[in-house]
Design a protein around this ligand. Sequence first.
Ligand SMILES: [Zn+2]
Length: 432
Amino acid sequence: MDYAVRVSHYIDPVNFELARDVILLIAGGHIAEVITGGKVSGGLSGLAKNTLELGEALAMPGFVNAHCHLDLSHLWRQVPHGLKFHEWGPVIMAGRMLPPNMIAAGIEDAVGMMLSGGTTGVLDISVAADSLGALARHGLRSVLALESLGFDGTRAEAAMQRVDALIRDKFVLERDRLGKDAGEGAAPAMHEGIDYGFSPHATFSTSQQLYELNMGRAFGEGRVCTTHAAETTEEEEFLQRGTGPYAPFLAQFGVDVSSFRGYGARSIELLLRDWLAPWLRPENPQLVLVHCNYAREADFALIAETRPSICWCPRSHAFFGHEPWPWHEMLATGANLVLGTDSLASNTGLDMLGEIRQALAAVPDADPAALFRAATINGRKAVNTAPDAADLAIWALPGGAKSRDEALMALVTNNPPLLASFSRGNLVARSI
Ligand SMILES: [Zn+2]
């Protein structure tokens, strides 16, 4: 065994139930055994190579941040509040032009923020895989969804070739590329635990052809495909009729929308009814639709039929002042609800507890346990992490707690210190 960890409270990652007085045995990246009921009363040293005696503490599945843009982290506190999305977009595009060392420093800080907040898994939307090095160095389980966009369908192949070049350069190991000629010493698992996925940007910026190329690849290879959907009312207006502020917003980036009269459909209809329909099954947790702030009746029906993952970013949602997020309606669809932070260009931090607090402030009658599931085990499902993966966050729990929900609410209200966290069975954060 790699680790033996003793805690007073444990929420297991499969059924999300609470167990008391537990020893967790971790081996090979998985939770190999859970010893309960005080069967081992002595020291832990005979059980594993490394031991953590954590006492009054809550071990639970680590947070999975199902939507962030680490390559915008250098814009933390640089973007004014109160902008509409189409006003915010050009500021962000200018921010992407800043020097690479600024971008790299922002990413490094951001990964530290995530680790200190108990995040153990990340779905990062990435234009050029800039976050790869920092995520690998810190050992955080990650999927980099490689972003592509382009309104003109005739350029879809070229956009996909850029993504393929990134995959070859950054992800395919020498060993895989060269086969047995690579020899034993060739770049062993350069980025263990870091995978890639696909991210066509949004229906207002990206053609059907480019969505099809991304989706074909994602489904063919069993990978995550994630996209922004129904984020703003102005986006929905543009998609339906070609009118509103999105036309000049796109035109300023050189997109020719002069003959576009709209698709006559909303974003979620385009995706789930039309463009992606050939690939969809009864459940599609690895298709992650982000925001869906303006989902309407017909959209909920499509979501219920196809059950993708739906990602809410509560603080970013509040930053843009959108109408209330339809938590109860989304829950009723049976979709796999997940939470994300979005980027530091529209958020104050990257801690997922902060997202849960904001979610509870916005929807006071939401079930806290359902929000915690969304922030942990539902995120695992979206990024295809094994249910028993040893991705754990362990929090101090002074005073104990009598039930699972009491323990979870103690995290929300008491802001306890993170004692330790594991990603892929490795200790990635430790407070002492
Ligand atoms: Zn986003």
